[in-house]
Design a protein around this ligand. Structure first.
Ligand code: AMP
Length: 535
């Protein structure tokens, strides 16, 4: 066989030569729509690469981005790794302190910042040492002189001088930090090879997304969250039309883009899609939608969400599970031939589970007695291995033992059962587990049921201390507009699904569940709140 390194320029070349006329669309911070072709994208990307090279970046250096989802961010996604440099998207929802820490820890050499995010950047710029700051002019103001203008830089590059990186496929291409809820963020490096194999797996029809050239994809998931789950790379590889929402992630703005751009495929965390479902249910006739599939991940998908999108709007949901440490794809709720013949109810039950590991991802579960049987009942921590799963954290020797087994599998921290057919169901995060009188209670199952109640918009269940049972479940709930709260009604609702001892000891109505920087429920904040209020 030929020696052919799996490196990212392969994707760029394919997009330019085969899909040159397909479109990339972005909603910009001033709400205007920018459109151009994959051909224009490829030329500008090469120019940017050449210009960055001239600024002195070389193989192995890190270039950070502090950007929303838009076409210039996509250019950086390719220009930087396609010259052997590592792109490092920063999570714009982190605190200035954390951002400063991450840039210094990663030793980023250059940073590319959206003009509209300069107020955030300016809060931590004095704490970091980067050689150049490049600003994408998307705020309508004069760029301060101390910074380089992204557009001038692109214009100055000569695309004929572009040198695609075709060196060792194991070289690092992408860097991101975990958005974890405890401790300092931890850095992870994806290689060219790991990204290419991850792309291939997502594109396989057996993972259930069926992404193709005819799709119009809008990733709501931010490009700073685990490479927007790899969509910028997989969509570019197959010539999918890509639509980027910029800073406008409210339900109304997203729904308008869904309609105007005839979006067929989208992806995001369940909390965002719940607000979209809510808006649709309030005004079912307002939007004409073309969506065929919503890919949901990042936290558990409540059953009612999949059911409501399908039954009321004819839109399918694919549930995916993964971790930043896994590039991030681990499993999907793909419908196997057996499930395709099952009743709708069984299919919705299935979509509420995390599903089948995708090709190349190997799984096993372990508890205090050893590896768990695949019986769909016994719980244990999920361990995984595969070609796009990290083997250590960047400069993080001290965490290696804690997070990896002696034979090199990643300990996910997710407590699961695995069915006879190999389907994963996450019962809890290990740190969120509720053990009451020695019995497990799944906070995830309780939350997902509560969010299926007609009055409840969001629900998070935590363990609270109890003298007799050690721990008991307690629920924080957010009501839908105009709805009233009744604990008796919620108890009755849950009693039809769960054993009596699962019913929460109490409820507290709040305005919003606190969330992490990527939209997951921040239960540590609720545990703290509970303890403060019950001293
Ligand atoms: P992150 O690296 O920030 O994406 O967080 C990864 C963690 O999010 C996983 O270990 C799970 O605990 C959780 N997670 C991701 N996807 C899902 C899902 N589909 N269902 C339940 N939990 C999920």
């Amino acid at each position: 066989m030929m020696e052919y390194q799996l490196t990212l320029p392969t994707i760029l070349r394919r997009a330019e030569t085969l899909f040159g006329k397909k479109e990339i669309v972005s909603r910009l911070p001033d709400k205007s729509i920018h459109r151009y072709t994959y051909y224009d994208f490829a030329i500008r990307t090469k120019k940017l690469s050449v210009a960055l090279h001239r600024l002195g970046t070389g193989q192995g250096d890190r270039v950070a981005t502090l950007c929303w989802n838009h076409y210039q961010h996509l250019e950086a996604y390719f220009a930087i790794p396609c010259m052997g440099v590592i792109i490092h998207p920063l999570n714009i929802r982190l605190s200035p302190d954390d951002l400063g820490y991450i840039v210094n820890h990663a030793e980023d050499k250059i940073i590319i910042v959206d003009e509209v995010l300069l107020p955030l950047f300016e809060k931590f710029k004095h704490t970091i040492k980067v050689s150049k700051v490049i600003v994408i002019p998307n705020g309508g103001k004069q760029i301060p002189e101390e910074y380089l203008n992204y557009e001038d830089l692109v214009a100055s590059g000569d695309d004929s001088l572009f040198e695609p990186f075709e060196g060792d496929e194991y070289s690092a291409a992408f860097m991101c930090y975990t958005s974890g809820t405890t401790g300092k963020p931890k850095g992870i490096l994806y290689s060219h090879r790991s990204i290419m194999l991850h792309v291939m797996s997502f594109l396989l029809s057996c993972t259930g997304a069926g992404i193709n050239e005819g799709d119009v994809m809008l990733p709501v998931v931010p490009m700073f969250h685990a490479s927007a789950w790899g969509f910028p790379y997989s969509c570019t590889f197959v010539g999918t039309t890509q639509v980027f929402p910029g800073p406008f992630l409210d339900a109304e703005s997203i729904l308008q883009l869904f309609e105007n751009e005839k979006i067929t495929l989208t992806a995001g965390v369940p909390t965002v899609m719940m607000s979209i479902l809510n808006a649709l249910e309030n005004e079912p006739a307002k939007y004409k939608l073309f969506l065929r599939l919503i890919i949901l991940g990042g936290s558990a998908v409540p059953r009612f969400l999949a059911k409501s999108f399908d039954e009321n709007f004819g839109i399918k949901v694919l549930h995916s599970w993964g971790m930043t440490e896994m590039s991030p794809l681990g499993s999907t709720s793909v419908m196997t031939s057996k499930l395709q013949k099952a009743s709708k109810d069984e299919q919705y039950d299935h979509i509420a589970k995390q599903g089948l590991p995708v090709p190349f991802v190997e799984i096993r579960g372990r508890n205090e007695f050893g590896f768990i049987p695949w019986d769909g009942l016994t719980m244990g921590e999920l361990e995984v291995r595969g070609p796009w799963i990290c083997s250590s954290y960047y400069k993080g020797e001290e965490t290696t033992e804690e997070k990896f087994t002696q034979d090199g599998w990643l300990k996910t921290g997710d407590i699961v059962t695995i069915s006879e057919d190999g389907f994963i169901e996450i019962k809890d995060r290990s740190k969120d587990v509720i053990k009451s009188g020695g019995e497990w209670i799944s906070s995830v199952a309780l939350e997902n049921s509560l969010m299926g109640h007609p009055s409840i918009l969001e629900a998070a269940v935590i363990a609270i201390p109890d003298d007799k049972w050690i721990e008991r479940p307690f629920a924080y709930v957010v009501l839908k507009e105009g709805k009233n709260f009744s604990a008796a009604d919620l108890n009755e609702f849950l009693a039809t699904r769960f054993a009596k001892f699962w019913i929460p000891d109490g409820y507290h109505v709040i305005d919003a569940i606190p969330k992490t920087s990527v939209g997951k429920f921040l239960k540590s904040a609720l545990r703290e709140k509970f303890l403060n209020e019950h001293k």
